[in-house]
Ligand binder design. Structure first.
Ligand code: GLC
Length: 780
């Protein structure tokens, strides 16, 4: 009998309960927050802007902190109440809250449905696990979630966020290194965005497991805390999301040049040798890297005395060749009394611990390691200040790796504590906080100079501190295409400065793949060639003379495009719009762009359409969206709204220019330090519609632009008025180009041109004039 009672109790305890958010019991407005209570939980609603509403549903009132969000809610909260519902309205959006049961449904002002809770299941819990089930619309598509494998349209797929070290991941692996719990939903010609701000292990299901009836998102614990975005364009949703979570600063110009990396260049002599070779072969480049072997037994903030005996002398030589050096740092601090960072960390209790206060030890490259608690202010300050070991000899870029955090054996015990947090609560934000510590510390040390920070693990908002790359990819075509999709997807979630290991980290690319991938690298926001230990060397000259010539020509094109690329980063800095843009941003309602055949295509900046092509294919179907397009290499014109079969030899990746495009370029230079010939080449490609472009320039290295030291000029093209107008420049910076060359593409053959009223002759479709900082009008 006793046994029977005992075992039935045990049975009851093992059973899970599902609790579904029930009926409203009270409604209260406190300042700018609306509080609605049910038996199960409390919902709070804030308005952040007319297009952003936050819903926070919580069982217990944990502290309201966010690593991602940098804005505060507005003071506005207008709602009406009836027996059945509460209707909260902004100037752009309507949230109808049904009272019994409590459900949240979003509409446009004119009553069109954007997104509704599933009426049956809404928000529910199983233990601490919380999930929101929402209605799935017949034609609904989903894009976003940042660094995820799979297709552009995420409908029918499910994903997990749990930052992990995944070497040798395949085009199907999930989760990977980064967490961006933000997606955009598209249906019925409408758009909405949703950011689930919760750093626990989280789950997104876009109709994969519910017989195509519901989508859902949730997490192992924490609050159902989401921001709903109701703007009616993907670009505006990205602008709103990056307003909420922050935008990137202007990157150092040098970080946009060609970057040469390898795990590892084993000695100072080898680093210099590679750099010298790039210069000797006249392959433009700006950045050299030191991977982990520059350190003494992988101890962070040390140099190997034998192989890197005089870091300053090495970096001085690199600088004399116009190179910048980036060095890697990992979070694991080697357990070794006498090692400065170990001693300081132990003395000040800077490391993660078990619940009893014992320091946690996990093994990584250096062997047994402690892990700094980057969630603490004092730890971040200490970490940041340690960079003097690298900045003193002249390092300017800081590569943060293994910060998922990775340890051999993967999951570190869940009871490990980072201050007050247990590991599973904040694992997804660890890498971001390390990047933050690195960024804040090096920014302080470098004074007015912009540091370059690169991180492998990330969470929403990381764009404020760092660039990211997509981790350990592999040297095969499907990975190259996947990498491009991930770059495009990261752009939706606010990350603009993004790279992939060009050539593939693991394995050896064929020469064709290397050449093809490098040509795509020209149009990758961060252009870095990197490879794993044990693979063949990857530098441009390792592939035979003919291939080297193609690689060199492509890298030269990158440098030609830098004025356009830098201006595109200015857009990211101002509006959050990424440099690599999935076609879903500009051509959202064109269903063909989601076709898996075309899903890797993207716009690089406003006007350059790039079609990635596998290295084994030499013609490719390319979809040109509505409008007119020119093939960049030949000038051939195409009517959009259809697919074409494009030649795709290894020497000519299919790249198209949108009619009406304005593309500032420069002559080939060997590094961004070089002034070049002083001519800014503004390329205008004729189109039927007016267009304009904001050309942006600053010193490329300091923060003076934040005090007005920039050069900003609007260039507009108007085919109805037959003119091109360059506005007077805004800002106090003097352009480094003293001449402007206007080059006209696709205009009538015998066109006559006047510059400020004076007839001028065209040479090679171009006309040169002085850049005098005043309005220039060109009539044609
Ligand atoms: C990790 C990184 C890779 C790096 C290697 C050695 O695998 O992802 O980029 O080269 O560690 O530091």
């Amino acid at each position: 009998m006793l046994l029977a009672i005992y075992s039935s109790k045990l049975f009851a305890q093992q059973h899970m309960q599902t609790e579904i958010l029930g009926n409203t019991e009270s409604i209260n407005k406190q300042g700018n927050v609306l509080i609605i209570k049910t038996k199960e939980a409390e919902a709070r609603i804030w308005v952040y802007s007319p297009t952003i509403i936050r819903v926070g549903i919580s069982k217990e009132h944990s502290a309201d902190t966010s690593f991602a969000v940098i804005q505060k809610p507005s003071e506005n909260l207008d709602y009406t109440e009836s027996p059945d519902e509460i209707v909260l309205t902004t100037s752009e959006l309507k949230l109808r809250i049904s009272k019994a049961p409590l459900r949240f449904n979003f509409y446009t002002l004119d009553g069109k449905v954007l997104s509704e809770d599933d009426a049956r299941f809404g928000v529910n819990w199983q233990g601490t696990r919380v999930v929101n089930y929402r209605k799935l619309y017949k034609d609904e598509k989903f894009i976003g979630l940042g660094e995820k494998t799979g297709d552009l349209n995420r409908r029918g797929s499910s994903y997990v966020n749990w930052n992990s070290d995944v070497p040798d991941h395949t085009p199907k692996s999930d989760p990977l290194y980064e967490t961006f719990p933000f997606f955009v939903g598209l249906h019925g010609g409408l758009t909405y965005g949703l950011f689930f701000d919760n750093t626990h292990k989280s789950y997104f299901d876009f109709g994969a497991t519910t017989d195509d009836t519901m989508s859902s998102f949730g997490a192992d614990a924490g609050d159902m805390n989401y921001y709903f975005f109701g703007a009616q364009s993907v670009a505006q949703i990205i602008e709103d999301y990056t307003w909420l979570t922050g935008r990137m600063e202007m990157p150092p110009l040098w970080s946009l040049g060609y970057q040469q990396c390898r795990w590892s260049y084993a000695s100072a002599a080898e680093v210099l040798d590679i750099a010298e070779n790039l210069r000797k072969d006249k392959i433009p480049a700006d950045v050299m890297y030191c991977d982990i072997d520059y350190m003494d037994h992988y101890k962070i903030f040390t140099w190997n005395k034998e192989t890197f005996p005089n870091p300053k002398a090495m970096i001085d030589k690199l600088k004399a060749m116009d190179f910048h050096l980036v060095t890697i740092v990992d979070p694991g601090i080697k357990v070794e009394p006498g090692y400065k960072q170990y001693d300081e960390g132990v003395a000040n209790n800077y490391f993660a611990t078990y619940p009893n206060g014992e320091k946690f030890i996990g093994s990584v490259w250096p062997g047994r390691c402690h892990f700094p608690d980057f969630f603490r202010d004092d730890v971040r300050k200490w970490w940041g200040a340690s960079f003097t070991a690298l900045t003193k000899p002249g390092v300017e870029g800081f590569w943060n790796d293994m910060n998922e955090p990775a340890a051999w054996g993967q999951d570190i015990p869940w009871m490990v504590k980072f201050g007050n947090y247990y590991m599973p609560e904040i694992r997804n934000a660890y890498g971001m906080q390390m990047a933050r510590a690195t960024y804040e510390g090096t920014k302080k040390i470098l004074g007015n100079k912009r540091p370059f920070v690169l991180t492998r693990a990330a969470y929403s908002g990381t764009q404020r501190y760092s660039a990211v790359w997509t981790g350990d990819n592999s040297a095969y075509d499907a990975h190259m295409l996947l990498g491009q999709r991930m770059v495009n997807s990261l752009g939706i979630t606010g990350m603009s400065l993004v790279g992939v290991d060009i050539g593939g980290f693991s394995g050896d690319p064929t020469p064709e793949l290397m050449v093809r991938w490098n040509s795509l690298g020209v149009y990758t926001p961060m252009f870095r060639n990197h490879a794993a230990k044990g693979t063949k060397y990857r530098e441009p000259w390792r592939w035979g003379k003919d291939n080297e010539a193609i690689i060199k020509k492509d890298i030269e094109q990158r440098y030609r495009l830098l004025p356009y690329i830098y201006s595109s980063y200015y857009q990211s800095h101002q509006t959050g719009l990424p440099v690599s843009r999935t076609l879903a941003i500009n051509y959202t309602q064109d269903t063909t762009i989601f076709d898996t055949k075309y899903q890797n295509q993207f716009l690089f900046g406003d006007a350059i359409l790039v079609a990635p092509v596998e290295s084994t294919r030499f013609t490719e179907d390319v979809y040109l969206p509505a409008g007119e397009w020119y093939r960049q290499s030949t000038g051939e014109k195409f009517e959009g709204g259809k697919a074409i079969s494009a030649d795709a030899p290894l020497t000519d990746l299919p790249v198209f220019i949108k009619a009406g495009a304005i593309i500032p370029m420069q002559n080939v230079i060997q590094s961004t330090n070089e002034k070049g010939d002083g001519i800014l080449e503004i390329n205008v490609w004729y189109g039927k519609e007016a267009n304009s472009f904001v050309y942006y320039e600053d010193d490329g290295s300091s923060y003076d632009y934040q005090k007005g030291a920039y050069y900003k000029q609007e260039i507009s093209f108007d085919p109805t008025k037959n003119n091109i107008v360059l506005s007077a420049a805004d800002g106090s910076f003097q352009s480094k180009y003293d001449k402007i060359k206007l080059v006209l593409h696709g205009f009538k053959k015998d066109i006559k041109v006047k510059v400020d009223g004076k007839r001028v002759a065209l040479t090679d479709n171009g006309v040169i004039f002085n850049n005098d900082n005043k309005i220039i009008k060109v009539d044609f």
